[in-house]
Write a protein that binds this ligand. Structure first.
Ligand SMILES: Cc1cc2nc3c(=O)[nH]c(=O)nc-3n(C[C@H](O)[C@H](O)[C@H](O)COP(=O)(O)OP(=O)(O)OC[C@H]3O[C@@H](n4cnc5c(N)ncnc54)[C@H](O)[C@@H]3O)c2cc1C
Length: 387
């Protein structure tokens, strides 16, 4: 077997990268270690309307509900409503969504091998265990879309992401305040360094949190369930447990002369929300195109590094600064910050400029709105250098 481009991992980033390699004329193989696409799920499935556009599938039976905004709760229980003017996001079924993306890649001519695990590589070929048998497959360019643990990244001696959060979640019957609003819970007892959530759909919610590494996430999930707001809406029972890591901060280098990393493997995840589908799709399209060209010796993979950093590098950098600044806040600071966001003029600004994929736009407007000194007092000097 000989391919121009081999993509390892059939998550959203792998499917999009394979599709774009094929569109750009490469004989492309997509391999996946599991027997079923999109399983096990490690996601809340909250994706922006823009993310679906980027994935070139704005509708489908993977959409479970529509989201207009969010209620954010301070540690003391103050609620701020972040109201979108229109539908901002969808709650999706990741299993069906991931399959839809792979089907779309297959339509463009991508070959798919399931139950095929990448185990290593040598000049011009990769080694896999395919349906229990060790095999070698020849390929000019290898795309590592193999998620947070990226075996491809390790095999290519590429550096790791800067930070990893631990996430935990389950699904349960839930009566939300408003089914078109997600609920965000802040506080160092609930989710140190990040936040907890309840994302509603069809009488259920995905209830979970992500946090800095440290004590086991399950301990914090138990506390989240006792949060007065959650406790009043949660109807008991638990299904679909999810435990997973979230990589933040891309490594210095994401490509060698023959291998490139994309999606979670490259830390292309929004540090403010932990969402990776949108950024992964943006970068995967670039990855597929550059890999196809490189396989024909028209340029090299350094073009990928340049192009993806131009597209989303700044947003990820600013996101990381916001993440670090918010992560340092004490509960008192978080109470103060939520009260600040609750001011009518700031709420208007959030409605106008809030963008879950590009939070830097809102932050910039916030700073220009005459609140710079208050923000610097809250977040420290790192904020001075943001814009
Ligand atoms: C608790 C939690 C909640 C989240 N919620 C959201 C959310 O609401 N919205 C959002 O946008 N993002 C969310 N994310 C992040 C999101 O799930 C990831 O960013 C996204 O799945 C990354 O896509 P990917 O294609 O890069 O990697 P993955 O989806 O991880 O896919 C990698 C694929 O590679 C395969 N693979 C791995 N190793 C090998 C190997 N050696 N050989 C062959 N195949 C291999 C895996 O089986 C997998 O199918 C969440 C993450 C967590 C942990």
């Amino acid at each position: 077997m000989k391919y121009d481009v081999i993509v390892v991992g059939a998550g959203p980033a792998g499917a999009m990268a394979a599709k774009y390699a094929a569109i750009n004329g490469a004989r492309t193989l997509l391999i996946e270690e599991h027997a079923s696409i999109g399983s096990p799920v490690q996601c809340t499935g909250l994706v922006s309307t823009k993310a679906l556009l980027e994935c070139e599938c704005s509708e489908g039976n993977f959409i479970l509900s529509k989201i207009r905004g969010a209620f954010v709760y301070s540690p003391s229980g103050e609620e701020v409503c972040v109201r979108g003017k229109d539908i901002k996001a969808y709650v999706i079924d990741r299993k069906i969504f991931d399959r839809t993306l792979v089907e779309s890649a297959v339509d463009k001519g991508v070959n798919v091998l399931m139950r095929t695990r990448f185990i290593g590589m040598d000049a011009g070929k990769i080694s896999v265990i395919s349906n229990g048998e060790k095999k070698e497959i020849e390929g000019n360019v290898i795309i590592g879309a193999d998620g947070i643990q990226s075996v491809v990244g390790r095999a290519a001696a590429l550096p790791k992401c800067k930070k990893f959060l631990s996430g935990i979640q389950f699904e349960a019957p839930y009566i939300p305040k408003d089914p078109e609003y997600v609920e965000i819970f802040t506080g160092n007892e609930i989710a140190p360094g990040f936040f907890g959530w309840a994302v509603p759909f069809s009488g259920m919610a995905r209830i979970g949190l992500a946090k800095d590494p440290g004590l086991p996430a399950i301990k914090y999930l138990e506390k989240l369930l006792k949060h007065p707001i959650v406790a009043s809406r949660y109807r008991g029972g638990r299904t679909e447990h999810v435990v997973g890591g979230i990589p933040l901060g891309p490594p210095q280098k994401t490509a060698t002369d023959r291998v490139l990393l994309v999606g979670d493997a490259a830390g292309q995840v929004k540090p403010t929300s932990g969402g990776g589908v949108y950024m992964g799709a943006v970068c995967a399209k670039i990855a597929g195109e550059v890999a196809a060209k490189t396989s024909r010796k028209e340029g090299g993979l350094s073009e990928y590094e340049k192009k993806w950093r131009n597209a989303v590098g700044k947003e990820l950098e600013i996101g990381m600064l916001i993440h670090k600044s918010i992560g340092k806040l004490t509960n008192d600071n978080l109470n103060e910050f939520v009260s600040f966001l609750n001011k009518p003029d700031i709420r208007e600004l959030m409605t106008e400029y809030g963008d879950m994929d590009h939070p830097s736009v809102f932050m910039q407007k916030l700073i220009l709105s005459g609140n710079k000194m208050q923000l610097i007092k809250l977040f420290g000097v790192a904020f001075k250098t943001l814009f």
